[in-house]
Design a binder for this molecule. Structure first.
Ligand SMILES: Cc1cc2nc3c(=O)[nH]c(=O)nc-3n(C[C@H](O)[C@H](O)[C@H](O)COP(=O)(O)OP(=O)(O)OC[C@H]3O[C@@H](n4cnc5c(N)ncnc54)[C@H](O)[C@@H]3O)c2cc1C
Length: 472
């Protein structure tokens, strides 16, 4: 008997891989999925009407790399291929990504040619950043912030205008706190082993490619042949967790909604008791926890305070999401993915996604404004209301995009502690947590966005890796 804790994408994917690898049916094991709310899908939530789709959480998925292929293989297996809406490499949403600096929108370079041209707000062509890298002296470090690393290797402008907004876009975080290993592990290794990024890049050309290769589904092959940049699910990304939920249900997984677990008691290396808020107990042999690290900390703190402390030390940020629909047929935006605002601009907003350009089947203009993140409390305090966030979002887009129309529909959400921050030392902390679990023989595996990557692909791939690693 096993239990998956949490029914977000991490928990649902764990169930999928347990079934696919016959770890449940072959061993005649019973599997529970215990979800605290009435909905499976976690942060993935879509509102679909005939005129617009509002994504309240994630909206696009990257097809590239082994983890991208893995997700596409799963999507095809779930029968969702025909719902996939791709954004190819030459689509405006793939080519046009902007930053808002000094009261202007600036297009970031999207081609090789672009790095040889001087593009505002950068004072020199980006190629000069590589010269800076070559000139830097060697510095030994175990870890560093991504901001420090980029500033040291490529200069302050790249750190401020390229990397800092990118970190806001990916995890709503502060590049000055996030570990360089989060996005630039290979570049950091090149610096540490070869003394610089350019030197490491040159040496890597002569190294055989040892990347793992996955078998490609037809969908993954199409994504490669057609050079997809990103994709989404037509009808709302929510269809993805819904399909996983149905797959688990059809395969006799006992899905218990509205079942919030409030305590875990480890009895021995093969017995663990879960207690929910109604006082009911479920005894299983193994748990897959996909809930946020801080939630798990509360469940294990009585028996394992040291483990709980390490779990609590993984910080999370809160994000405000304001979805806006403008029914007018007038063109309100230039075709693009949207824009990000570098933290150095000190704006209340992190960025705006031009959904009507990225998500199909929309009438009029649809935008999503993201607010706060690492700076949520500092900008808005603890008691901000959704109507205040709406007013701020509308004011900002009116000033930046010159949109004076009133939205015809909107939706505002405050997603409390929704994105984990992989700060300096994160990877060592996760290793320590897993080592503790191993040393104490605790029958628990950790999946979900708190540990091995914050994006959809990472969460799915981490579920697969943990399932294959552990024997129930
Ligand atoms: C605003 C936003 C935008 C994003 N955009 C993108 C994007 O465009 N592309 C991308 O790849 N990724 C994106 N992400 C990241 C992506 O959403 C996450 O990687 C993914 O949804 C995480 O899934 P999860 O299962 O790990 O966690 P969650 O979605 O947090 O699921 C955890 C589940 O556990 C349940 N739970 C918690 N505590 C308990 C308990 N005690 N008992 C029982 N159940 C419990 C919760 O109710 C929840 O359902 C975005 C995230 C956010 C917040």
């Amino acid at each position: 008997m096993a239990a998956i804790l949490g029914g977000g994408l991490g928990g649902l994917s764990t169930g999928y891989y347990l079934l696919k690898n016959n770890l449940i049916n072959n061993n005649n094991l019973k599997l529970y999925l215990l979800e605290g709310t009435k909905y499976c899908g976690g942060w993935i939530k879509s509102i679909k009407t005939k005129d617009y789709t509002f994504e309240q959480g994630p909206r696009t998925i990257r097809p590239k790399g082994i983890i991208g292929v893995n997700t596409l293989n799963m999507i095809q297996d779930l029968g969702l291929s025909e719902h996939v809406a791709s954004i190819k490499h030459d689509h405006p949403a793939a080519k046009n990504r902007m930053i808002y600096v000094n009261n202007h929108l600036h297009l970031l370079p999207s081609s090789f040619k672009g790095v040889f041209q001087r593009i505002t707000p950068f004072s020199k062509p980006l190629i000069f950043a590589l010269l800076n890298d070559i000139k830097q002296p060697y510095k030994h470090l175990e870890d560093d912030s991504i901001y420090n690393f980029v500033e040291r290797r490529f200069g302050k402008e790249i750190a401020d205008y390229a990397v800092s907004p990118m970190i806001c876009g990916i995890c709503a975080g502060d590049a000055k706190e996030i570990s360089v290993k989060f996005l630039m592990k290979t570049l950091f290794e090149w610096e540490q082993v070869h003394g610089g990024v350019v030197r490491g890049m040159i040496k890597s050309i002569f190294k055989p490619n040892t990347d793992k290769i996955l078998e490609l589904s037809d969908l993954a092959r199409r994504a490669q042949e057609e050079k997809w940049n990103v994709y989404t699910i037509r009808g709302g990304l929510e269809l993805f967790p819904t399909a996983l939920h149905n797959y688990l249900k059809d395969n006799d997984v006992n899905i218990k909604l509205n079942t919030k677990i409030e305590e875990i008691q480890f009895v021995d290396s093969g017995t663990v008791v879960l207690k929910n808020t109604a006082g009911e107990k479920i005894e299983v042999n193994h748990i897959y926890s996909s809930i946020p690290a801080y939630s798990l900390a509360n469940l294990v703190c009585k028996q394992h305070p040291e483990l709980a402390q390490d779990l609590r030390d993984i910080p999370f940020v809160t994000v405000g999401i304001v979805n806006l629909h403008f029914a007018t047929e007038k063109t309100l935006i230039t075709p693009a993915f949207g824009f990000l605002v570098p933290p150095i601009e000190n704006s209340p907003i992190l960025g705006v996604v031009f959904d009507s350009c990225c998500i199909p089947d929309q009438n009029g203009t649809v935008l999503t404004v993201m607010l706060g993140g690492r700076w949520f409390k500092e900008k808005f305090g603890d008691a901000v209301t959704t109507s205040t966030l709406y007013d701020i979002a509308v004011k900002e887009i009116s000033s930046i995009l010159n949109i004076t129309e009133k939205p015809s529909a909107h939706n505002v959400n405050i997603l409390h502690r929704c994105i984990p921050q992989y700060v300096i030392g994160h990877y060592e902390r996760v290793e320590k947590i897993r080592q503790y679990i191993k040393d104490k023989n605790l029958p628990i595996s950790l999946v979900g966005s708190s540990y091995d990557g914050v994006g959809i692909n990472d969460v799915i791939y981490s579920a697969k890796t943990q399932v294959l690693k552990d024997c129930i």
